[in-house]
Design a protein around this ligand. Sequence first.
Ligand code: NAP
Length: 507
Amino acid sequence: MNDAHVHEVAIVGAGFGGLGMAIRLKEEGIDDFVLLERGDDVGGTWWANSYPGAQCDVPSNLYSFSFAPNPNWTRAYPLRDEIQAYLRACAERYGVVPHMRLGCELLGATWVAGEQRWELETSQGPIAARVLVAAPGLLSEPCEPALPGLERFEGNAFHTARWDHGDDLAGKRVAVIGTGASAVQVVPAIQPRVGRLTLFQRTPPWVAPHMDREVTPRMREAYRRLPALQQLSRAFIYSLVELLLAPGMTRDRRYLKPAEWIVKLKLRREVPDPNLRRRLTPSIQLGCKRLVFSNAWYPALQAPNVELVSSGIRELREHSIVDGDGVEHEIDTLILATGFTPAELPIAERIHGRDGRSLAQVWDGSPQAYLGTTVTGFPNLLFLYGPNLNLGHTSIVYMLESQLAYATDALRTMRLRGAAEFEVRPEVQAAYNEEIQERLAGTVWNSGCSSWYIDRNGRNSIMWPGYTFEYRRRTRRFDTPAYRLRPATTLRTSNGASRSHPPAHAR
Ligand code: NAP
């Protein structure tokens, strides 16, 4: 296959979304595609986030592709290494590996209207494709805040999503900034081996009990012999979290009261010192920021080598951080557990649509799409884990599989109708976003706290405001009336003959 070849599909990103798309293409009999991944292996966020203690807080039996159950999970909540190994095994099992280009970063993508195709500039050279599937992941771009004096700091500094495994931290004075889901896992994992750990907390999180436990070898054997057992467990977990948590988050916050009692009781039991307890008590509505799960967080914070600082950060110096009270904390290593920038993904600056503007220019800080997947002005672009698809209660893999069905049906529709192009109608995208924003207004995520769900314009561009089965229903079929389908254009070649550009899979 040479560089001049126009692929049917180019997928960017080999996490759950991009890999799932590749598997679906294979199942559809579409073999002419490439899967680009800037990392050295598949896994997406689970490849990038290799910090100590990394584990998903969605139960293992739900956090996998429905078509590829994994009887080998060793914990009720999957460990990062096992998720990455699972995705690698899926790539091998479904024949995706020959399509993968690892260490290949998308530098730019431009829609060439006359040719009805995307032209990609990558770190490994140019690629052309009829359809572009962008699967960059939502939590892939580390947010490194502009802390005063950070450039002066001479110790080792890194973000949780870029963990420096060369720094063993043993006996060192370590500072962690942030108290989100990443910090809640990192701090207990490193606390026993560091000399001193100073935790800079801006907002205390709500911390729920973690139901993690070992999946015994006997249970794993049972899942292997009786796959229906694991499917049953999956269905049970899915229904339970959907019914217990989604109504409180999306409809009526009173349904979250029982959860609030549980987390308050946990805090009272695990933190006997009333002064420390007060500093660890959140003032925000439970669920407004992502609820975190840990049985090790409060014990770690009370270990003799840990200090909690909640007065803020005044400045960094060569070997220290000065807190908001002016107290100087000497440190050797600085760990930024400061999260991600999901509404400002760099890939949005690199994808240029029909009028030459990038997604970032069109979105202006507030990503919008139709069904979180297609964008007016960007023909033949399918965005996975796009705007307003994130969840606060269950597995994103469920949403991604809904998108994969929709995306696959889009390709099928193009083939059946002889179309070379699809583009969502602007009025359809506008009406959809109006509906989503109206519904989000009453949700817990819009209840007034600052979080990564709210973009720089104050709009919630991240969360899905309903049950996940509603999204599944709405994406079951590619809804052709919402789109402009265009046939292949006829071009004149240099020798004067006419030729057309049908999509490769329509030939
Ligand atoms: P996060 O939830 O956005 O937390 C970032 C933390 O850094 C917050 O405590 C934030 O404080 C603090 N922070 C940011 N800028 C700061 C500054 N300039 N000064 C002081 N503090 C600052 O990020 P995350 O913990 O990486 O988690 C992101 C998401 O990834 C999670 O919500 C979750 O969806 C996912 N995740 C999941 C798991 C899991 O499944 N177990 C694990 C890790 C991550 P404020 O709250 O005051 O802004």
